[in-house]
Design a protein around this ligand. Structure first.
Ligand SMILES: [Zn+2]
Ligand SMILES: [Zn+2]
Length: 287
């Protein structure tokens, strides 16, 4: 009882200072809102009781509670420090002197542009494809599927985000509040809701747009790469505005392990299997 009381007493202080706690609180608020919305619409909410959702929760706790603070940020800081020391000319500070709201909008556009191309590479380069398959392996989409990501992909994401920071010179104090907003937005994109923004769909990503990207149909899976602004997909010819959500999600051809540890080593096993298969015909030809 004393432990529980002291834990509850620590919550306000943690919420005021810890980005991880703030992220968890924002996600919990979204969870409650989604459950209420689904109950009102008489939809089944038992997806929050199955093993797939438990896996999503585990990824979320590990990424927000550990990978972000202990792996991604130190690595990003290391690269940032090395660049500042050895290549300071890269820090162009293109937005220096611009009004803060303008800096923020341009920074979001730049980050999303970099992430769009990162996502395309994740689908085009075989070893990156294997790493990214973890995110696409989910057969049930929930708002936490956004965190079902191999830690290698999460590290890549941090390094890609550093690029606009370097070029534009955005201070971290400006970026951090936006980070919380993006968490909720990305979680909403992965929720099992059929929200569409009408004509604004051609500018902003809506849940149906990203659900199409998670379709089990391979032709739909290679579309809708944007995270925030669907306009990138429109401009580069990868947009798919289907009128409803897909019927099935996941990668049925890959037999993705259900356990977290199985998924952790899955990309390495997949790369090894493909490499072996590629060598087999050569061996046969040689003999
Ligand atoms: Zn993808
Ligand atoms: Zn996704």
């Amino acid at each position: 009882m004393t432990f529980l009381t002291s834990l509850l007493a620590a919550v306000p202080a943690q919420l005021a200072t810890s980005l991880a706690w703030q992220a968890f609180a924002a996600l919990f608020a979204l969870f409650l809102a989604l459950v209420v919305a689904e109950l009102i619409r008489h939809r089944r909410i038992d997806r929050y009781l199955d093993a797939s959702f438990a896996t999503d929760v585990l990824y979320t706790v590990l990424i927000i509670g550990g990978v972000y603070a202990w792996v991604q940020q130190p690595l990003v800081n290391l690269v940032d420090g090395a660049l500042r020391q050895h290549a300071p000319f890269l820090y162009l500070d293109l937005l220096r002197g611009a009004p803060e709201p303008l800096q923020l909008v341009l920074f979001l556009i730049a980050v999303d542009f970099c992430r769009y191309w990162k996502h395309r590479w994740l689908h085009a380069v075989p070893w990156l494809q294997a790493v990214h398959s973890i995110h696409h392996g989910a057969e049930n989409l929930t708002f936490l599927t956004t965190y079902r990501m191999h830690f290698v992909e999460y590290i890549l994401d941090g390094l890609i985000t550093l690029l606009p920071v370097v070029l534009l010179g955005i201070p971290p104090a400006m970026w951090l509040p936006v980070y919380l907003g993006l968490i909720v937005l990305s979680a909403l994109h992965h929720s099992d809701t059929d929200i569409s923004f009408g004509w604004l769909n051609r500018i902003f990503v809506c849940p149906r747009f990203h659900a199409t990207h998670h379709s089990a149909d391979r032709t739909e899976f290679d579309s809708n790469y944007a995270a925030m602004f669907s306009v990138w997909d429109v401009l580069f010819g990868t947009a798919n505005f289907r009128p409803t959500r897909p019927q099935r999600y996941g990668l049925p051809q890959l037999q993705m392990p259900r356990s977290f540890l199985g998924q952790l080593i899955f990309p390495a096993r997949l790369i090894a299997r493909r490499w072996k298969r590629r060598r087999e015909p050569q061996a046969t030809t040689a003999t």
